[in-house]
Design a protein around this ligand. Structure first.
Ligand code: ADP
Ligand code: MG
Length: 269
């Protein structure tokens, strides 16, 4: 008996999310293979890889909207059964993600309505969220009246309204200009770290992955039957908080950049 108690006491909590031995086929085509990956509590994991390698598919597996062909996708040690309120998604295509006939406040309210937050509490929650993403002055505007960066902030606020444990970001800043993008990277990191949320962040941009991530997972296209979709994992090991100038000038940043670029150029991913 004492031995058993010991096991219970020392067992670490399950990771926030995990893939073990996951494969995913679309028809006869295997998109993901032998995928093992854990996302820890308060961890930022970035996923990179060429178009079509299965990044969005990996994210959809975590939402439970897609089931693996083989293996297990788990959250908090339980198999993912379907969409959960504590998992929020931000898409690249903000124009299609927002309802054009609802105001900024109305779009954020959607998440609160879905979460059955009482009407009397919604306004205050919306105000706090708008402040967090710097849109307090734009609550009554419609998405079409906002810049791309602002629309993306609305989507982020709507995702945060869910108070997620896990934020899934699918190339969220891919359509934005470089300055807007850097601003949003910093806002996102601040919000994620403040709220203790974990984030799976998909990006095409290697520099963005290094800047944001604790770990970078590089996926390969068309894995052979005995190959894993995960071509390489990079541990970032850069201090937080990060800074657009200082972080990007650090030897560790440059070292990672060189390693990841040459890995991709050599056809590793
Ligand atoms: N619902 C689907 N049915 C059939 N094939 C799909 C489906 N979704 C994605 N695919 C294919 O699976 C591959 C991986 O897609 P995706 O995960 O969207 O790639 P990525 O996000 O890395 O660009 C692509 O070749 C894509 O065409
Ligand atoms: Mg994609």
């Amino acid at each position: 008996m004492p031995a058993m108690l010991n096991i219970v006491q020392t067992a670490s909590p399950p990771p926030l999310a995990s893939f073990s031995g996951v494969a995913l086929d679309f028809g006869a085509r295997r998109v993901l293979n032998r995928l093992d990956l854990e996302i820890g509590h308060r961890e930022v994991v970035c996923v990179i890889g060429p178009t079509g390698c299965g990044k969005t598919t990996l994210l959809r597996l975590l939402t439970g909207l897609l089931k693996p062909t083989e293996g297990m996708v788990m959250r908090n040690g339980e198999p993912v059964a379907g969409p959960a309120a504590d998992v929020a998604i931000v898409f690249q295509d903000y124009a299609r993600a927002l309802l054009p006939w609802r105001t900024v406040a109305g779009n954020i309210s959607l998440a609160l309505e879905a979460g059955q937050v009482p009407r009397s509490e919604r306004q205050q929650r919306i105000d706090v969220l708008l402040r967090k993403v710097g849109l307090s002055a734009h609550a009554e505007k419609y998405p079409g009246q906002l810049s791309g960066g602002m629309q993306q902030r609305v989507q982020i606020a709507r995702a945060l309204a869910q108070e997620p444990k896990l934020l899934l970001m699918d190339e969220p800043f891919g359509a934005l200009d470089a300055m807007t993008r850097q601003g949003l990277q910093d806002e996102m990191l601040k919000l994620v770290i403040e709220s203790g949320t974990s984030m799976l962040f998909i990006t095409h941009d290697l520099d963005e992955a290094i800047y944001l991530g604790d770990r970078i997972v590089a996926l390969r296209t068309g894995p052979k039957p005995d190959q894993s979709s995960v071509a390489r994992v990079f541990d970032v090991n850069l201090p937080r908080p990060r800074d657009q100038l200082a972080t990007r000038e650090q030897p560790r940043f440059l070292e990672l950049r060189r390693a990841a670029f040459s890995f991709i150029q050599e056809g590793g991913a």
